[in-house]
Design a protein around this ligand. Structure first.
Ligand code: DOR
Ligand code: ZN
Length: 346
């Protein structure tokens, strides 16, 4: 039986939600990842240091005793965030990065940023204190076609990286070949996360032969040619591209609705889903750098020392998983994956 050993991976982009949902999301991630960058788009969003510390404590109390897992916390940027607040946050050492949602682009982004240029003094403070900026890179202009919103954001991305040359920026969950090119042409202060769903799926999976609400996420799935560009980037061995699942669970009733929520739950099998994508591309040898090394290097934290083992042994993903009082339909529900985490399922 074929096996692959990896340094334990980190998830550089994760939604854990809150309350009862932590009982599902935290163990799912902790069984495979050593650390995760935790998104702050709760309702209300995590906009203060006090709220962030309290949220972190709730996450820590949901970690099963058998796993060691470190949540790396992010603060939600708003139009009223100040440089002074950045200084306090930097001094606290509790905050790994700051998350920017253009207002209105996605789930719980209403409190996000309306005018990016207004925040330039805040970006200058982040640059000075060396706090990374994580960007949901889509334009919030409702007149721009939803499939073009990432491409239209590139101008704003360009302005930020040109003006703040020492600011570390992560272009989150990239979905287009133009974004790949943009990241490649920028300095090493710009990196990007890539999700398992954007590597495994394209917009035909979402819309052809019936509409699949469980494949609806933001940025929305794109054409196959973009999927292929992302696969090429992820498997290239370039340290600017690293693993960030964007696992974003919603209950089945809020997904299968007249106005279904955006978000795909992938934490139940994240590393196995990436292994599937890399194996299909004939690039399993590139998985370790992407999953376990490059995010740690970018965030300037030590690489993990523990190992995980994947074995080539097909297994079926559950059709649904418990989620609070309801269920969540996970990515790959009812379908077969070829790789499985040894520690997980033996
Ligand atoms: O599909 C998404 N879901 N994209 C996001 O940016 C947010 C996320 C969520 O929190 O549900
Ligand atoms: Zn996200």
């Amino acid at each position: 039986m074929k096996t692959v050993q990896l340094t334990q991976p980190d998830d550089a982009h994760l939604h854990l939600r809150d309350g009862v949902y932590l009982k599902t999301t935290v163990p799912a991630t902790a069984k495979q990842f050593a650390r995760a960058i935790v998104m702050p788009n709760l309702k209300p969003p995590v906009t203060t240091l006090d709220a962030l510390i309290a949220y972190k404590a709730r996450i820590l109390s949901a970690i099963p005793a058998e796993f060691s897992f470190e949540p790396l916390m992010t603060l939600y940027l708003t139009d009223s965030t100040t440089p002074q607040q950045i200084a306090e946050v930097a001094a606290s050492k509790e905050v790994t990065a700051i998350k920017l949602y253009p207002a209105g682009v996605t789930t719980h982004s209403e409190a996000g940023v309306k005018e990016l240029t207004q925040l330039y003094p805040v970006f200058a403070a982040m640059e000075a204190y060396d706090l990374p900026l994580l960007i949901h890179g889509e334009t919030s202009d409702p007149t721009v076609d939803i499939f073009d919103r990432e491409r239209y954001f590139l101008d704003q991305m360009e302005s930020i990286v040109q003006k703040f040359t020492q600011l570390r920026v992560v272009f989150e969950h990239i979905t287009t070949q133009e974004a790949v090119q943009f990241v490649l042409s920028a300095s090493d202060h710009l990196a990007a996360t890539i999700t398992p769903h954007h590597l495994l799926l394209n917009r035909n999976h979402l819309l052809s032969g019936g509409i699949r609400p469980h494949y609806y996420c933001l940025p929305v799935l794109k054409r196959r040619q973009h999927q292929e560009a992302l696969l090429a980037a992820a498997t290239s061995g370039n340290k600017k591209f690293f693993l960030g699942t964007d696992s974003a669970p919603h209950t089945v009733s809020t997904k299968e609705a007249a106005c279904g929520c955006a978000g795909i739950y992938s934490a139940h099998a994240a590393i196995e889903l990436y292994a599937e994508a890399f194996d299909r591309a004939g690039a399993l040898d590139k998985l370790e750098g992407f999953a376990s090394h490059y995010a740690a290097d970018f965030y300037r934290i030590a690489r993990n020392t523990q190992q995980i083992t994947l074995i080539q042994k097909p297994w079926k993903v559950a059709k649904a998983l418990p989620f609070g009082d309801e269920i969540v339909v996970p990515l790959w529900a009812g379908d077969s994956l070829n790789w499985q985490l040894l520690e997980n399922r033996e």
